[in-house]
Design a protein around this ligand. Structure first.
Ligand SMILES: O=c1[nH]c(=O)c2[nH]c(=O)[nH]c2[nH]1
Length: 310
């Protein structure tokens, strides 16, 4: 039976890079997990085992570490762009590079004696605590002429303890859900946003500022939307980003509805409603899963529907 090779890519996945920059006694951390994936003229290595066109995955790993030292890590996006450009422009058989980066944030530990109004003067300059669970993400793809930069985050857990309702939905013979006029709305945000920067001649976004502002608008929309459904909140989160960040044309969210159910305490003679002092059962599964893309009018959807594939 004749066979042919289909899509293929290779590289070193999950290179953990920690870079410490010293500014006098004050240290700065960049903590990344970098995955390199290359493709191009790789038929021969699959058909005959000839490695003539193969830049070893070990070399791609070394390049990540050498670039971190030589050029620094201004932002995950900038670092990924630099790497992608290097692989495509320095190796003729390589036509496309995809760099995926996860970034873990660290916060300074406050010195003893510091109060909550601390301005930074009372922070230990070289001691850090891993910040929450949130992971910043980026994926850079370069084919020698055009760029695609999709950034985002995952595992950002948020909750509104009121200003959420859910009622007026379809009811059939299997519906048991009670209408809610005051419920908890909680989710673990997984979001991706696509930049409209696609070629070297365009002015590049300020990646660090863009992330910070995008995250801020997203969280403010979550907090400020009086929610009649998680779907409505999701749309507001995306629309707020598109409205405020001209460098972003598309946003996709995958939001698990982290249900909180009022516990039935009637058997113990206790009244439990949403008035003060309510007790909830935080269910971990099953969970509703609400997913959608929000686009700038006239723009194309390119972020994969299933974010676990990104
Ligand atoms: O915000 C919600 N959207 C739904 O589609 C839904 N379905 C459900 O059972 N609870 C909720 N909540």
């Amino acid at each position: 039976m004749p066979t042919i090779l289909g899509q293929n890519q290779y590289g070193k996945a999950e290179n953990r890079v920690v870079k410490i920059t010293r500014d006098g006694a004050t240290h700065h951390i960049k903590d990344l997990n970098v995955s390199v994936s290359l493709s191009g003229d790789m038929e021969e290595v699959h058909y005959s085992g000839s490695n003539t066109n193969v830049l070893p995955t070990d070399t791609t790993k070394n390049t990540v570490y050498a670039f971190a030292k030589e050029y620094g890590i201004e932002s995950a996006e900038q670092f990924g762009i630099h790497l992608a450009r290097h692989f495509v422009t320095s190796q003729e058989p390589i036509h496309r590079a995809r760099i995926r980066i996860e970034e873990y944030a660290w916060e300074r530990i406050e010195a003893s004696g510091a109060d909550s109004q601390s301005t930074g003067a009372d922070e230990v300059k070289h001691s850090f605590v891993r910040k929450g669970q949130e992971v910043r993400l980026t994926q850079i793809t370069y084919d020698g002429s055009s760029w695609e930069v999709i950034s985002g985050l995952k595992d950002l857990v948020v909750m509104n303890s009121t200003n959420s309702e859910f009622w007026g939905y379809v009811k059939d013979k299997y519906t048991t859900l009670k209408e809610a006029h005051d419920r908890i709305l909680a989710t673990q945000v997984s979001g991706r946003w696509r930049f409209n920067w696609t070629d070297d001649d365009q002015r590049m976004p300020h990646w660090e500022k863009s992330y910070e502002q995008t995250r801020k608008h997203m969280l403010q929309a979550f907090a400020e939307t009086y929610s009649l459904s998680l779907q409505q909140t999701l749309y507001q989160m995306g629309a707020r980003i598109i409205d405020n960040r001209g460098e972003i044309d598309e946003v996709r969210f995958s939001l698990p509805n982290k249900h909180h159910f009022l516990v039935d305490l009637e058997p113990f003679g206790l009244k439990n409603d949403t008035a003060d002092g309510a007790v909830y059962y935080a269910a971990d599964r099953p969970y509703g899963l609400i997913e959608a893309t929000i686009l700038r009018d006239g723009c194309e959807a390119r972020i994969p529907v299933d974010l676990t594939n990104l």
